[in-house]
Design a protein around this ligand. Structure first.
Ligand code: SF4
Ligand code: SF4
Length: 414
């Protein structure tokens, strides 16, 4: 049974010590700053959706809401149960400072932010939280927030080889499906799973058009709008997101213009609003982020669910193939896949260089940096790794490094 009441006997003590009055991260001013940079009128829909979410209006849904982290949790299974999935991956400085009390010391800022949000009572109206066993801190997170929320711990293991593990993943996903049905008194089956896959596949179709367009014309949808759309997908109803994104795509087609900045592949830690420091600096340094390999954007949207056998178990296997075997998360064993993906993406889209972006104290991204650097060096692919945190203090230093990288790329082109 993977639904556990961790720390249940100490709930009162922990709540007494740590639960604080609502913290109030105010990201609206930041949001407006990026909105002013947008040249696409229909992006307004996404900015407004985020503003509502930040003001906590979007959570007041008729459906129960299920929070989750990471790509290995299958959104489609939550949707099939007629529940509203909300992705909770978070990089917020104010929340990270609040989370310092619960997860002090050398823990990554993502875990601190998440703890800050939960203990600051910003997720009161979630009905359940699904936590995957990706990295070690995420695994422990299941325990840390269990005094506040009902938790479902999903641990499919860290070997991403499909042929070896398909049966295990199918049983883990089936257990989750059965649990959600029972917990929320629902009775979905094959039809609801297929319908959920159609929704996410439609999103993939639109995302791919946007991704392809930006590889040729990065300025058609500026980098801030791109990540604003990604962030809005964390909590928006999928069909509404699809509708808004389609409008953005049509308007972006009219903005196609060739530019001469070095074209970058951004790889590594996901960029999540409000933590836009890396893309701010990238833009200020005269680089164009033409494409990315990150779990919240490319990793989540690029591949469709491919159903070969439309039985319930066939669909669940197809979800595992997409979400776990196809995962680019560094917590899983897939470094060779990642290296090949980077090389293929650079070659396919004729990119000038790779920025490998990592948040301080995240060991899983950090540990593979030297190997990736060496592989890309042998392929003559320019590479720079950037390690930073949520603060703004190192902005000038990062800009200097990225400007030097841009100059190197420009001379490489000649
Ligand atoms: S990189 Fe891995 S651990 Fe990090 S958010 Fe993505 S799926 Fe989760
Ligand atoms: S993958 Fe890295 S940044 Fe994300 S929660 Fe784990 S340690 Fe933190």
């Amino acid at each position: 049974m993977t639904q556990k009441k961790f720390l249940d006997n100490f709930r009162d003590e922990i709540q007494k010590g740590f639960v604080s009055d609502r913290i109030s991260p105010n990201n609206i001013a930041e949001l407006q700053k990026y909105k002013r940079k947008s040249e696409i009128p229909s992006m307004e829909n996404f900015y407004e959706a985020i503003e509502n979410f930040e003001n906590k209006k979007t959570f007041e849904l008729e459906k129960p809401s299920v929070g989750y982290f990471c790509n290995i949790v299958p959104e489609e299974i939550i949707l099939a149960c007629d529940l509203h999935p909300v992705r909770l991956c978070c990089e917020d400085q104010v929340c990270a400072q609040a989370g310092e009390e619960i997860a002090p010391g050398d823990i990554c800022c993502v875990i601190k932010s998440i703890c800050g949000k939960f203990y600051g009572r910003l997720y009161e109206n979630l009905n359940l939280v699904i936590i995957p066993g990706t990295c070690d801190p995420k695994t422990k997170l299941a325990e840390l927030i269990s005094p506040l929320k009902e938790i479902y711990f999903l641990d499919p293991g860290r070997d991403s080889d499909y042929l070896e593990n398909a049966a295990i993943w199918e049983s883990r996903y089936t257990e989750l499906f059965d649990f959600l049905k029972k917990r929320f008194h629902k009775n979905p089956g094959r039809t609801q799973l297929i319908s959920a896959c159609h929704k996410t596949n439609k999103r993939t179709e639109i995302f791919r058009k946007i991704y392809q367009l930006r590889t040729d014309y990065p300025d058609s949808i500026n980098v801030f709008d791109y990540y604003i759309m990604i962030y809005a997908s964390f909590f928006m109803e999928i069909e509404l997101w699809n509708d808004f994104a389609e409008k953005v795509y049509s308007q972006a087609l009219e903005k196609k213009k060739t530019q001469n900045k070095p074209r970058i592949l951004l790889v590594g830690t996901p960029v999540i609003f409000p933590n836009f420091k890396i893309i701010d600096v990238l833009e200020q340094s005269g680089l164009a982020m033409a494409t990315d390999i990150q779990c919240t954007s490319f990793g989540r949207f690029f591949n469709p669910v491919e159903i070969d056998e439309d039985t319930e178990s066939g669909i669940i296997r197809a979800l595992a193939l997409k979400n776990i075997a196809g995962s680019i998360c560094p917590c899983l064993l897939n470094l060779e896949k990642m290296a090949n993906l980077i090389i293929d993406t650079v070659n396919q889209y004729n990119l000038d260089g790779v920025i490998y972006y990592n948040l301080r104290l995240c060991q899983v991204f950090e540990i593979q940096t030297a190997i990736l650097r060496q592989i890309l060096k042998q392929r003559n692919i320019p590479f720079i790794s950037i390690k930073t945190d949520l603060g703004k203090e190192d902005t000038g230093q990062l800009k200097t490094r990225l400007e030097a990288f841009r100059e190197m790329l420009e001379s490489h082109r000649k």
